[in-house]
Design a binder for this molecule. Structure first.
Ligand code: C5P
Length: 419
């Protein structure tokens, strides 16, 4: 009796989550010559949707099933095909390509490719890149069910797995040849999720994170309000990064024009008072509270029941102080690890440290909003993270990368504090 492995690593339809990103990850996608090669087009799309930069290496066989032009158009880069192509080597040589990769993903991986990889051969561009590549290797096998069950294939598979190669699939079902059984290439969406899961940090696994984000709106009358220019991007990027780090994440969001990150619960609020109520009501189930919202400091003392008429040349508004949400959270008996932000235009670090102490925070993220192109309403940021007696500057970067860096520092400090 032949024993065979199906879904041979931990990536099954059940275990692969929909979370996970590939932002700033370079994926070399190897395509070998099986009928499933047509699914590589969709796989590129899935990888790119998750943020990856994808470069494609095709074997000679793959080029019989799908044209390089299709995969070039989808990946946005010329397809690499020949080991001894002087022109391609001038562009990005095979060693450079192997070094560029954060992940080498081969989908479909045929029986022949598994055999050549198991032997450590370097007889074409793809196997050569695989040998020269220090990054993780993930294979999505695809072949006829009998070829998959064959002891030779299963032996190769075991050798590869023993070397730490990741496998995703194959799935079982009807095959192009008419057979039914294991050997179908796994769904591109599942392969992309499995690839992303390799980079998940899990540094906040099982933790409950609540994040406030965006501006608040303070009503003057039924049609007017006081607010600010906060886009909410930083808070949303933090929510995404927290979810990617394994936290159960809730965003308490003022009015913004942003999509809710995958896997994040979102609670919409309008005013500072709504935001305070929503925040306090979640403290029974919150390990870490991050106040990223640009809360309006004041609200109109009275909200007119009807639209205010422009009868006077001058008008005076009476404003009252809004509650300080992060200070209320940090003073609460069920106090979580509490993190605030300090957006300043001068004396950044001294104001931030003052705020850290005054508001009773565990950590504060200081942000110079006077600098060109960073902070408020922009795509990039550069921040300094401060806590009791220490600080660390995080260099200028896209808001998503900064968010990940903040979450990493925060998770480290959180662990030090609770243990
Ligand atoms: O006092 P300041 O507005 O500069 O403090 C900024 C920090 O405090 C941010 O973390 C912000 O989300 C939080 N904050 C708050 N409630 C307020 C004002 C600020 O939670 N009413």
């Amino acid at each position: 009796m032949v024993s065979f492995a199906l879904l041979s690593d931990s990536y099954s339809r059940k275990s692969v989550t929909v979370l996970g990103h590939l932002f700033q990850r370079n994926v070399v996608l190897g395509v070998s010559g099986g009928i499933a090669a047509y699914k590589s087009a969709e796989l590129i799309r899935q990888l790119k949707t998750r943020g990856a930069d994808v470069r494609v290496v095709m074997t000679r066989g793959a080029r019989e099933f799908i044209t390089p032009l299709t995969l070039q158009a989808l990946s946005g880069h010329p397809v690499h095909a020949d080991l001894l192509d002087p022109e391609a080597e001038l562009g990005m040589g095979h060693i450079e390509l192997a070094r560029w990769a954060d992940l080498l993903l081969v989908a479909p991986a045929t029986a022949d490719l598994l055999a050549r990889l198991a032997q450590g051969r370097a007889d074409d561009l793809l196997t050569t890149v695989a040998l020269a590549c220090p990054a993780p290797l993930m294979l999505a096998p695809a072949m006829n069910q009998q070829m998959w069950r064959n002891t030779a294939t299963q032996d190769n598979l075991q050798r590869l797995q023993a070397r730490g190669v990741h496998m995703v699939g194959p799935a079982a079902g009807e095959q192009a040849c008419g057979d039914v059984g294991p050997g179908r290439m796994e769904d591109p969406a599942i392969i992309a999720a499995a690839a992303a899961s390799l980079f998940e940090s899990g540094e906040l696994a099982g933790r409950r994170v609540v994040i406030t984000a965006g501006p608040t709106r303070e009503a003057l009358d039924p049609v007017r309000y006081i607010s600010n220019h906060s886009s909410g991007r930083m808070g949303y990027a933090l929510a995404r990064a927290a979810a990617e780090a394994g936290a159960r994440t809730t965003l308490i969001s003022g009015p913004v024009d942003l999509h809710t990150p995958e896997g994040v619960e979102r609670v919409d609020v309008v005013s500072a008072e709504d935001m305070l109520e929503a925040s306090l009501s979640r403290l029974t189930d919150c390990d870490i509270f991050i106040a990223c919202a640009a809360v309006a400091d004041y609200r109109p003392a009275d909200v007119a029941g009807d639209k205010i008429k422009k009868n006077e040349e001058r008008m005076t508004l009476e404003l009252v102080r809004n509650p300080d949400i992060v200070a209320a959270v940090s003073a609460h008996p069920q106090r979580p690890f509490t993190v605030g932000f300090a957006a300043e235009t001068r004396d950044l670090l001294s104001y931030a440290r003052d705020k850290l102490e005054r508001k009773g925070l565990d950590m504060i993220v200081a942000n110079d909003v006077s600098a060109e192109g960073i902070g408020f309403n922009s795509q990039e940021n550069a921040v300094t993270v401060l806590w009791d007696g220490a600080e660390e500057a995080l260099p200028r970067s896209g808001k998503q990368q900064i968010a990940r860096d903040i979450i990493t520092r925060l998770a480290r400090r959180y662990r030090e504090t609770v243990t």
